[in-house]
Design a protein around this ligand. Structure first.
Ligand SMILES: Nc1ncnc2c1ncn2[C@@H]1O[C@H](COP(=O)(O)OP(=O)(O)OP(=O)(O)O)[C@@H](O)[C@H]1O
Length: 330
């Protein structure tokens, strides 16, 4: 049984599309990443899966429970850890009081261990905590009942690099213990570091699903070269060259063999040469720009919004999305 199964899920807010015809599954023990720019529909998909929003059409199951049935959905949530993009925690409560409330709903088998690990002072008022520390409180709340499934919406926004590492370790530990994970991000690097597969959302549509290992093997090299002569642009306009820029230096993504690159450059006097792994973002978007393949598993035609994943940071989750908020449509 997949941990999440999403069938043609569509959610409109009145006339505004949240997500449309989204189908995918997160297999048991899998870490699946939703990638997409602001407004792509990541939060809508996650909140609909959690039963916080009712779908306009389509359906989903969470740990085998019907996400559109309030009773079944609540039962599923007892075994789910949810980290909202903007936890919107009650600033007047202490961290401890908030965690007590969460514990009453789902349990707290790992609370003390996590509080220690994150160096959290439970006696402090949430409003007095830094953003990073508030995020720690939300993380403890999401993980402290050792959930079977984690839904993590922009989990590392607001965390410093050290804490991001700690968070990644925590996710891996849960996965080693058999949990499944769906996490959303606008940063491919973050998704690629943690996930087995990545699904790209654009304008509400799931336009591609790709395994991270395939993505890496297709990555290519980013080449920057400065030569003594004037460059004939046509020399570089070839099938194994992408993202060509010709200026004082020539830069491009090389997808061919090294020998062919050396052949290409041998016609020039090379003054400076820099060859590094292409950023995964580039590999990803190179592949999916233009004619995007049809949405994986959903059967409808692909769409390309021309929006680059990773454009801007996002923290646009609703203020009511605390770990226990089961509130209705926003
Ligand atoms: N409560 C709402 N009422 C109306 N439209 C909404 C509401 N919430 C989201 N939307 C719209 O639905 C679309 C998808 O938004 P959503 O927040 O799901 O995207 P996202 O990928 O999570 O973006 P972000 O990274 O900025 O959080 C956007 O066009 C957004 O404006």
């Amino acid at each position: 049984m997949p941990a999440i199964e999403c069938r043609n899920l569509t959610k409109y807010y009145g006339d505004v599309r949240g997500v449309e015809d989204v189908s995918f599954a997160v297999e048991d023990g899998e870490v699946f990443g939703f990638l997409g720019p602001n407004g792509a529909g990541k939060t809508t998909a996650i909140r609909t899966l959690l039963g916080f929003l009712s779908p306009t059409s389509g359906g989903a199951t969470l740990l085998g429970h019907d996400a559109t049935d309030p009773v079944a959905s609540r039962r599923a949530r007892e075994r789910v850890g949810f980290l909202p993009g903007d936890p919107g925690l009650d600033r007047d409560r202490t961290a401890g009081a908030f965690l007590d409330h969460q514990a009453a709903l789902r349990g707290e088998s790992s609370r003390d261990r996590l509080v220690d690990r994150f160096g959290l002072d439970e006696s402090r008022r949430i409003g007095d905590l830094s953003r990073g520390n508030r995020q720690k409180v939300a993380l403890v709340a999401a993980f402290m009942h050792d959930p079977d499934l984690l839904l993590l919406d922009e989990p590392t926004s607001g965390l410093d690099p050290l804490l991001q590492e700690e968070f990644a370790a925590l996710v891996r530990e849960r996965v080693d213990d058999g949990a499944s994970v769906l996490l959303s991000s606008h940063v491919l690097g973050e998704v690629a570091a943690l996930c087995d597969r990545v699904g790209v959302l654009r304008e509400g549509h799931l336009v591609a699903v790709e395994s991270v290992s395939d993505l890496r093997s297709r990555g290519g090299k980013q080449v920057r070269v400065r030569v003594a002569e004037d460059v004939a642009r046509a020399d570089f306009e070839r099938r194994d060259v992408m993202n060509l820029r010709v200026g004082e230096t020539v830069s491009f993504t090389w997808t061919g063999e090294y020998d062919a690159l050396i052949d290409l450059l041998s016609g020039y006097s090379v003054l400076d040469l820099d060859v590094v792994d292409a950023p995964l973002e580039e590999a990803f978007m190179t592949f999916y720009d233009g004619d995007v393949p049809g949405p994986a598993g959903s059967g409808n035609g692909g769409r390309s919004a021309g929006t680059r994943v990773g454009d801007a940071p996002s923290n646009a989750a609703p203020a009511d999305a605390t770990a226990d908020s089961g509130g209705g449509d926003r």
